[in-house]
Ligand binder design. Structure first.
Ligand SMILES: Cc1cc2nc3c(=O)[nH]c(=O)nc-3n(C[C@H](O)[C@H](O)[C@H](O)COP(=O)(O)OP(=O)(O)OC[C@H]3O[C@@H](n4cnc5c(N)ncnc54)[C@H](O)[C@@H]3O)c2cc1C
Length: 391
């Protein structure tokens, strides 16, 4: 098998890249190890930055998002039983975000790819990327019990944090920067209308809590829990009681309860692999970097990476110059590190570290108080949340 761009992984990064390349008239093949149902139902991100919304629309993949997504103009910060709204458009000159689940983004992109695009093979596991530093990189993969080879001009590793593509970068070249946090998120989906019409980020002495949503009738809620927590340790009653305590306010706001349909625990990690390119292998999305979900940046960074690659390839095809492809890693990393910084700051401002001293707690509260008192501090948060621009 032969193609121009071999894409490993059909998460948001791989699927969007295939779509962008198809629109630009470039051939690609997507290899995805799992089946379609699994990819379409894996519960993860839900916040799309303004730039991501714009990219999906321009790629012809925004129709259902525009019909069913929930545009959000702000978030609420909650601490010391007080509530403070951050108004994004007022602080950023009109930017906002969209609540539209990653599962739905993937469903839309898969449907388009199967209808109009190049091959998208489910159950096709990439085993290795070979000859990445030559003009003819190859992906060795297994599909329907048979081993095969995909010969490419370029390989883009969109295979997430646990994929194989990153291992093709020689260890002497790779540098890893990481931090693991001593806490995780226990996330639930509940069949109940969200108790607030925007996301609520709550800092509490007992730990962080987040109120989010997937649709007008489905709530997504998270609790900070110790690293290594088993979701089975948390009964539904215990979850609702803890959420009520952490979201408590001085006014009459109340959290609506409903049947919990899913519980899962997500570890919190910051991770960057440098460089994001080795020869003709390009890493994109979670294959190259992870952020703790507090800043809602993971999916949006994945989108930024593949847009950068697609533009660089278009430039090469139009002008013959490889300059932008060669600069891919540096270009992406500038934005990645801003998102890492933002996610780290949101995480450390809102979570309770197990070894936090009374001094640390006062500093945390002072940071939150500064946000509510200073338009400059609030503007910085609003710009970070609605997204760093693509270069
Ligand atoms: C609980 C949670 C909440 C989150 N919330 C947010 C949020 O609000 N906003 C946000 O922006 N981000 C959020 N994220 C992060 C976001 O989900 C990820 O950053 C995003 O999925 C990255 O997309 P990706 O395509 O790079 O990788 P993935 O979505 O991980 O996709 C990689 C794909 O590659 C496939 N694959 C792996 N290995 C192979 C192989 N060897 N061969 C073939 N295929 C392979 C996998 O099966 C998978 O389908 C959240 C994550 C979690 C876990």
């Amino acid at each position: 098998m032969r193609t121009t761009v071999g894409i490993i992984g059909a998460g948001p990064a791989g699927l969007l890249l295939a779509r962008l390349l198809h629109r630009a008239g470039v051939e690609s093949v997507v290899l995805e190890s799992r089946d379609r149902d699994y990819v379409e139902h894996r519960q993860r991100a839900g916040i799309l930055e303004q730039g991501t919304v714009d990219v999906l629309r321009a790629a012809g993949a925004g129709d259902r998002m525009d019909r069913e997504g929930l545009p959000h103009d702000g978030i609420e910060l909650r601490f010391a039983r007080r509530r403070h709204r951050v108004d994004f458009p007022a602080l950023t000159g009109g930017r906002s975000v969209m609540v539209y689940a990653q599962t739905e983004v993937c469903k839309d992109l898969i449907a388009l790819q199967l209808e109009e695009g190049g091959p998208l093979l489910f159950g096709a596991e990439a085993l290795a990327v070979e000859d990445a530093d030559t003009e003819r990189p190859r992906i060795r993969f297994r599909h329907e019990g048979r081993e095969d080879v995909l010969e490419c001009e370029y390989v883009v590793g969109c295979d997430g944090f646990w994929g194989v593509s990153r291992t093709a970068v020689p260890s002497g070249v790779s540098r890893v920067f990481e931090r693991t946090y001593p806490f995780s998120w226990l996330g639930i989906l509940a069949d109940v209308a969200p108790s607030h019409d925007e996301l609520v980020y709550a800092r509490h002495e007992r730990g962080f809590a987040l109120l989010s949503m997937r649709s007008p009738s489905v709530s997504r809620l998270y609790l900070q829990v110790p690293a290594g927590t088993d979701a089975g340790e948390w009964s539904d009653e215990r979850i609702w009681e803890e959420l009520e305590r952490r979201f408590e306010t001085a006014d009459d706001w109340a959290l609506a309860r409903g049947p919990i349909t899913s519980k899962s625990v997500t570890p919190m990690r910051s991770y960057v692999h440098e460089p994001m390119r080795h020869g003709r292998l390009f890493l994109a999305g979670d294959a190259a970097h992870i952020v703790p979900p507090t800043g809602a940046k993971g999916l949006n960074l994945a989108v930024g990476d593949v847009v950068t690659f697609a533009r660089a390839l278009a430039h090469q095809r139009e002008t013959g110059s490889r300059e932008r492809l060669d600069a891919y890693s540096e270009t992406c990393l500038r934005r990645v590190w801003q998102a890492e910084r933002f996610s780290y700051e949101m995480t450390s401002m809102l979570h309770r570290a197990p070894d936090a001293t009374p001094f640390d707690e006062r500093i945390q509260l002072a940071r939150l108080a500064r946000l509510t008192a200073s338009r400059a501090a609030e503007t910085d948060l609003a710009h970070g949340y609605t997204g760093f621009p693509l270069e």
